[in-house]
Write a protein that binds this ligand. Structure first.
Ligand code: ZN
Length: 230
């Protein structure tokens, strides 16, 4: 896995523009995401239609591809309203989708992804979520917990497999807060979540995590059995 980030192209980009660049750079690698897979987000402070400042989560909508993403494929949501859900024990898919739809700031924006809360509950300004092949080769094994610990030590959390939705987002958020030195979260049988203060930092962490997985697979002389959850 090579680092495709270009400071020349990305240095002056901020907020949504930096998010679009990071998304397309991730999408350029089919070993990180296949068509339609993965998503990305940025948290920014913006003014609403009445001039009030509010925290906005820009997250890639469902049904678009990271490789060809443009600003039009991202959805702005009221972050502080989404965060109120974090206090709940359970929110079913129907309620979550309805609530997310009510938090959308722009009429006509793409439908928010089922993984929107995963991005909301991790407080970092930039969050990237991929289904990287090398990470899935580690997680799609019977002893993934042990393997992840061996490859990454204590600084990467493994969240047990739960299909995408409220509970997975909540578990990921809890894992984030449990360890102040955490560098990434791996979702068992699913993929990788990285973050950073900038889009570049989140991207570089994705690449580093994947490179470390690849190195382990190389040294171990093989990989997983290729199965992966979406
Ligand atoms: Zn996913």
């Amino acid at each position: 896995m090579r680092n495709r980030w270009s400071d020349k192209e990305a240095d002056r980009l901020e907020g949504l523009d930096a998010l679009v660049y990071a998304t397309r750079t991730i999408g350029a690698d089919s070993d990180l995401v296949l068509w339609g897979g993965g998503n990305s987000s940025a948290k920014v402070t913006e003014k609403d239609h009445l001039g009030r400042e509010l925290r906005v989560l820009w997250v890639k909508g469902s049904g678009s591809d990271m490789r060809t993403a443009t600003a039009a494929h991202f959805t702005p949501l009221r972050l502080d309203e989404l965060l109120l859900l974090k206090e709940r024990e359970m929110v079913d898919d129907e309620e979550m989708v309805a609530c997310q739809a009510k938090c959308v700031l722009e009429p006509g924006a793409p439908k928010p992804s089922i993984e929107t809360l995963l991005h909301a509950f991790i407080p970092a300004p930039h969050v990237l979520h991929t289904h990287a092949d090398a990470i899935c080769a580690l997680t799609d094994t019977s002893d993934s917990r042990k393997l992840i610990r061996r490859v990454y030590g204590e600084d990467v959390a493994l969240v047990s497999y739960i299909r995408p939705g409220f509970v997975l987002a909540k578990r990921a958020g809890e894992a984030f807060w449990k360890n102040s030195g955490l560098r990434a979260i791996i979702l068992d049988k699913h993929g990788l979540v990285t973050w950073g203060g900038t889009a570049k930092a989140a991207y570089l962490e994705t690449i580093k995590m994947v490179q470390e997985a690849e190195r382990h697979i190389r040294l171990a002389g093989g990989g997983g059995d290729g199965r992966r959850a979406k």
